[in-house]
Structure formats: structure tokens, C-alpha cells
Design a binder for this molecule. Structure first.
Ligand code: NAD
Length: 492
């Protein structure tokens, strides 16, 4: 079987209780290829009846799934991993056409998703709790982790092939049922993932897909039949999702937006740091929660670093993600492109020096695409809007500082705490940043601080609401609750 990769595609469907069906709400949204401006599909939003049907099917399926031997529960994930590998190129092609990123970026994202499936296959070991013989006189105590029921995840547009896999494999391998509500901006890839899941042998109701927007999310968050919710998206929405899900008594983890910094010290390998800085700021068109779009640079090497960054930025090719030479693809929508353009204008108005202006970029043959070239600002003051707000476009700001302490101070004054990177040859500087930087992911001589799937994906301050994060062991804790058996056997 091959996946459908050539649009136009028919309207995307929900996958509820093992069956494909159109969402039955009133609203809908066109899916537009961000590079060509062409309509490639459409998504109708789910009604509360659709959500009810998915939750009921999940609850029913959970009753059997929770006591299905764990070894059996992970077999469909092994199948799923193989199907993802076999269809990775087709999935990447779909992703490029609805998201706008490059083929290499799409493949990279899918690889990261697959790694989460692989980690979840180890749940028989990861899910064990603990036991202590003779915990008290004649008493043995054993803790076990139990699944809880139906969980949901609400995911953003920027990694639509990967982020659902931060959650789904762990939820189901631990014995729960799972409902995905993907972004309405690029929902086709979720449909393709579920076309593969359909072939893996999960019982009906264990993995389900409902499309929609705000109302569908709120219905899921308020639903008494759902035990817990994971959210990834912008900070204002993450905050309200966290509050709303908690109000209805759910477990909730809500990952928000970001503003990430790179610190470059005077001992750094500047050529390497410049390459990594541009790739971190511009890859995926800057639409990454791990994009480091502010570089905080020691004044002694500031001028040299600026030259190298500009050289690197000018070498980037902007174009259609399906063209192999493209480094920077299209932004998700014309609205988002205008927002980034407005932020660039604000940077100019507030007095930053526009060293490279990507606003005039033209991509021949794709005049309707949402393109922006790499844009670099020098002399950025940490109080400026472009230094404080998440831009989510290929825009880099450079801040000059006196020393490492001032650099850490700039970083820690941010409202966000998702990630940072440090380029240095000094162990002492690295140690200082490790101890003082208030971020959840820290790269040292690594441009984009993306943890592998067996580690949790951190985030602090306005970048995260909750305690247990996505990926790795945190997911086991999120998707299970522990019961302790305290046992005495008379006559022993
Ligand atoms: P978004 O907040 O607009 O949407 C995310 C999800 O929430 C979507 O499924 C959407 O349908 C739903 N949604 C939107 N508005 C809602 C509302 N008012 N009430 C309830 N649900 C709502 O985010 P986006 O634009 O799709 O994604 C980009 C954002 O996600 C950026 O801020 C980025 O930093 C963040 N992000 C964070 C991480 C992380 O790990 N911290 C990872 C990826 C993306």
C-alpha cells in the first residue's frame, strides 16, 4: 500500500472506533499549500457528538486494553515503527506540501517521531514501579503503575508529524486509550499517520483522531470521560488549556511558546557557532519552539561573529520545500507571514540595525507563497520587542554583552524558558551557564537543544505549565498512577 501524496486530497476524516468518518460540526477550514497558495484539502471541525463518540469508544476499549499483557500492547508499536520507516518519504512529501518546510526538515521531524515509538516499545521495563520485601514486620510492599483511561493530546502546526508521537505511543503502551486533536492548519499528516496505525492491530477505540479547532478542544478539555490532556502550542493558549483542564479535574501538561538564546563567548569556534546559529534561527522558517533567534555575543568577538553570521545567512536558499536546494521553505499562512513582517518593522522602528533584510525575497515560480528570507538585526537591546517576543520566522537578533554573567542575565530576564545554547571552549563558562540558565533544554556547542526521545522535553516559565513533560520517562508518570500493595500473609 502506498500513501496518497499528490494533492488535491479529499476532506480529512476523523478516525473513531476503528472507522473513518467526516467530522460533523458546522465549521471548516481550507488547507492551503504555503508555497504555492493552492488549496490542497479541507478540514471540517468535529461536533461535541463526535467527541462523545470517541470518548465512549475509548472508554469501552480501555476496559479490555488495560489488562491486555503489556507485551501484546507493544506489538502494534513495532508494526507502526516499521510502517513509519517504510513510508517515511511519502509522509515527508505530504508534510512539505501542507506545512511548507523542506523535505530534509520533514524527514528529520519524522525521524524524531519514530524515535518516540521506539522508546515506547520499552515500556515493559520503563513501567515497572518498585517493591521492598520486609518493608515492615512480615510485610512486603509493592508499587505498581496502572493506566487511567482515555487521554487526549492537542498539537500545534509546526511539527505535525512528530509532536503527536511525543504522546500517542506512550499513552497506549502503558494501557490507555488516546485521542489526538491535531492542528487544523495542517491536519493531513495526522490522517496519514492514522492510516498507518489502522494497519497495526490496535483494537478499535484505542487510537482515535478528531479534527477541529477551539470548540473541539474545549469539548475535550471539559469532558468528564477524559482523564488527562497534553497540549503543545502558543503560550496564551497553553495557559488557558492548563487552567481549563485542571478545572475539570484532569491531569494536564501544557507546553507553550518560546524565546531562545544563543550565548557566544570569546573562546567559541566562531565559524561553527555562526553556522549553527543561522541553522537554529532559520530552519523550518524559524517556526520552531527551539529556534534560537537571539544571539548574545561577547563584545570582543561581536564584529567578527556578525560577519560570519551574515555570510552564512546570505548563503541560504529560500524556496519550495520539495526542491532539494531549498534551505528555508514557506511560512504557514499569509497571516503569519504578515505578523513576522510587522515584527521586523517594529525592530527597525525601535532602533535595531537591520543588517540583512529578507522581506524582498522572491521565489521564481512561487509568487503566491508565504516566503521570507533570512533577516538579521544587529545592536539589539534586550528590552526591544524583537528580543522579547516569539517571532516564529527566519529572523535573528544579535546582542552585544560585556561578559558571560551579562549574557546569562539577558537570557534569564526572558519570560520564556524553553531552551538555550552556548558556544564556548571554556569549561568554566559552560559550568556557569549550566548552573544558572533558567531553561529546560540547554545545548553546549549544539545549535538546537532538542533532547532525544529517551529524555523528557523540558521547558520552564511561560514555556511550560505543569510538572511532567513530553517524551521519555515523564510520559510513563503522566499516563499512569501508582498503587502500593502492602501485604501480610498470616502463617508465614
Ligand atoms: P496554537 O496555540 O495556535 O494552536 C495549538 C493547538 O491549540 C491547535 O491544535 C489549535 O487548534 C488549538 N487552539 C488554538 N487556539 C485555541 C484556543 N483559543 N483554545 C483552545 N485551543 C486552541 O499554536 P500553533 O500556532 O499551532 O503552534 C505554534 C506555537 O506552538 C508556538 O508558540 C510554538 O513555540 C509552540 N510550540 C511549543 C513547543 C514546546 O515544546 N514548548 C513545541 C512546538 C510548538
Amino acid at each position: 500500500m502506498s500513501l496518497r501524496t499528490n494533492p488535491p486530497w479529499e476532506d480529512v476524516q476523523n478516525y473513531i472506533n476503528g472507522k473513518w468518518q467526516p467530522p460533523s460540526g458546522d465549521d471548516s477550514q481550507d488547507i492551503i499549500n504555503p508555497a504555492t497558495g493552492e488549496s490542497i484539502s479541507s478540514v471540517k471541525f468535529s461536533s461535541s457528538d463526535d467527541v462523545d463518540a470517541a470518548v465512549s469508544a475509548g472508554q469501552e476499549a480501555f476496559e479490555h486494553w488495560r489488562s491486555t499483557p503489556v507485551e501484546e500492547r507493544i506489538q502494534p508499536l513495532f508494526e507502526f515503527k516499521q510502517l513509519l520507516e517504510d513510508h517515511q518519504e511519502e509522509l515527508a512529501e505530504v508534510l512539505v506540501q501542507e506545512h511548507g518546510k523542506t523535505r530534509a526538515e520533514a524527514n528529520g521531524e519524522l525521524r524524531r517521531g519514530i524515535e518516540n515509538v521506539e522508546v515506547a516499545c520499552g515500556i515493559p521495563s520503563m513501567m515497572q514501579a518498585g517493591s521492598l520485601p520486609n518493608a515492615a514486620p512480615d510485610i512486603d510492599e509493592t508499587a505498581v503503575r496502572k493506566p487511567l483511561g482515555v487521554f487526549t493530546a492537542i498539537t500545534p502546526f509546526n511539527f505535525p508529524g512528530m509532536i503527536p508521537l511525543w504522546f500517542l505511543p506512550y499513552a497506549v503502551a502503558t494501557g490507555n486509550a488516546f485521542i489526538l486533536k491535531p492542528s487544523e492548519q495542517d491536519p493531513v499528516i495526522a490522517e496519514r499517520l492514522f492510516e498507518l496505525l489502522e494497519q497495526t492491530g490496535f483494537p478499535d477505540g484505542i487510537v482515535q483522531l478528531v479534527h477541529g479547532s477551539v470548540d473541539t478542544v474545549n469539548t475535550l478539555l471539559d469532558h468528564k470521560g477524559i482523564e488527562g490532556a497534553s497540549f503543545v502550542g502558543s503560550t496564551p493558549v497553553a495557559r488557558t488549556v492548563y487552567e481549563r483542564a485542571a478545572t475539570s479535574g484532569k491531569r494536564v501538561q501544557a507546553q507553550g511558546g518560546a524565546k531562545n538564546h544563543i550565548i557566544v563567548t570569546e573562546t567559541a569556534d566562531l565559524d561553527f557557532a555562526a553556522k549553527k546559529t543561522i541553522s537554529s534561527a532559520c530552519a523550518c522558517g524559524g517556526e520552531r519552539c527551539l529556534a534560537n533567534d537571539i544571539a548574545v555575543v561577547d563584545e570582543d568577538i561581536y564584529d567578527e561573529f556578525v560577519d560570519q553570521v551574515l555570510e552564512e545567512a546570505r548563503a541560504q536558499t529560500v524556496g519550495y520545500g520539495l526542491d532539494d536546494e531549498t534551505d528555508i521553505g514557506a511560512l504557514i499562512t499569509p497571516n503569519h507571514e504578515s505578523r513576522v513582517r510587522d515584527l521586523i518593522a517594529t525592530g527597525v522602528d525601535e532602533g535595531a540595525e537591520l543588517l540583512l533584510d529578507g522581506r524582498d525575497v522572491e521565489v521564481s515560480g512561487y509568487e503566491n507563497g508565504n516566503f521570507l528570507g533570512p533577516t538579521v538585526f544587529g545592536d539589539v537591546d534586550p528590552e526591544m520587542t524583537i528580543a522579547q517576543e516569539e517571532i516564529f520566522g527566519p529572523v535573528l537578533g544579535l546582542v552585544s554583552v560585556n561578559n558571560i554573567d551579562e549574557a546569562i542575565d539577558v537570557l534569564n530576564r526572558s519570560d520564556f524558558g524553553n531552551a538555550a545554547s552556548l558556544f564556548t571552549d571554556s569549561g568554566a563558562d559552560a559550568r556557569k551557564v549550566r548552573h544558572k540558565a533558567d531553561v529546560g533544554n540547554l545545548g553546549v556547542n549544539a545549535g538546537t537543544a532538542a533532547p532525544m526521545a529517551f529524555f523528557h522535553f523540558g521547558g520552564r516559565k511561560d514555556s511550560f505549565f505543569g510538572d511532567l513533560h513530553a517524551q521519555g520517562e515523564d510520559m510513563i508518570h503522566f499516563y499512569t498512577d501508582k498503587t502500593v500493595y502492602i501485604e501480610r500473609w498470616p502463617g508465614n
